[in-house]
Design a protein around this ligand. Structure first.
Ligand SMILES: Nc1nc2c(ncn2[C@@H]2O[C@H](COP(=O)(O)OP(=O)(O)OP(=O)(O)O)[C@@H](O)[C@H]2O)c(=O)[nH]1
Ligand SMILES: [Mg+2]
Length: 211
């Protein structure tokens, strides 16, 4: 571990909005370590980031799907450590051109971003593993990128139902090698928060240690 890494412990409360990018060239320099949050539109990506950072106003959330149209970067209290809120995929109510444009930029980010250390896939525990989710899982598997899945809105189910849903999801993913964490999550009830933060810290610090 570098002296810088030992000097300051990583704090998610320290997160600050850094920049919004609509294309790869606008992203911050590709140095350090980033973890990106992906998922279908309205899945709860921005809400998860706000809960993790204990800052309800950090990433904009909305009841209207498609709120996050840009790649939003948040800096942490460690140089070149960032959380990234990706635009939701599968949002139907935009023009075909705009949709193609997003998916192209999202694709560029995912394929080209060298500092990407892991992907957090956010999905509704009641509607898990959509075609898009499965595509993301396969993409991580193909690219050997560590994956964490947050099964969010667990507060919408009784605990027993949520447990059963988690077991079903785990069964479907049992052959996925890149899946490091499968977490029952709720942004409102803060379910799974500690496990999520521990996993993010490990991913972000691991890379700092290598540099
Ligand atoms: N009950 C409950 N509601 C949630 C939870 N997470 C998100 N929501 C709600 O779901 C809606 C969408 O959440 P967002 O965080 O904006 O979703 P997003 O994935 O960022 O959406 P886009 O930016 O449009 O892709 C908001 O009304 C949130 O308040 C959760 O864990 N529990
Ligand atoms: Mg959002």
């Amino acid at each position: 571990m570098t002296s810088d890494a030992t000097a300051k412990s990583l704090s998610f409360n320290s997160a600050r909005f850094l920049i919004s990018a609509s294309r790869l060239e606008e992203c911050p320099p590709d140095h350090g370590a980033e973890v990106a949050f992906a998922g279908r539109s309205n899945a709860g990506k921005s809400s998860a980031i706000n809960t993790i950072t204990t800052n309800g106003k950090l990433a904009r959330t909305s009841k209207t799907p498609g709120r996050t149209r840009l790649i939003n970067f948040f800096s942490l209290n460690r140089e070149n450590c960032r959380l990234v809120d990706l635009p939701g995929y599968g949002y139907a109510k935009v023009s075909r051109d705009m949709k193609d444009d997003w998916q192209k930029h999202l694709g560029h980010y995912l394929n080209d971003r060298r500092c990407l250390r892991g992907l957090v896939l956010v999905m509704d525990i009641r509607h898990p593993l959509t075609d898009f989710d499965q595509m993301m899982v396969e993409w991580c598997e193909h690219n050997n990128l560590p994956l964490m899945i947050l099964c969010t809105r667990a507060d919408k189910l009784k605990f027993g139902q949520a447990k059963t849903a988690m077991m079903g999801i785990a069964r479907k993913l049992e052959d996925v090698q890149c899946l490091q964490h499968l977490v029952m999550f709720s942004a409102t009830a803060k379910t799974g928060l500690d496990e999520t933060k521990d996993a993010l810290t490990a991913w972000l610090e691991e890379e700092q240690a290598i540099q």
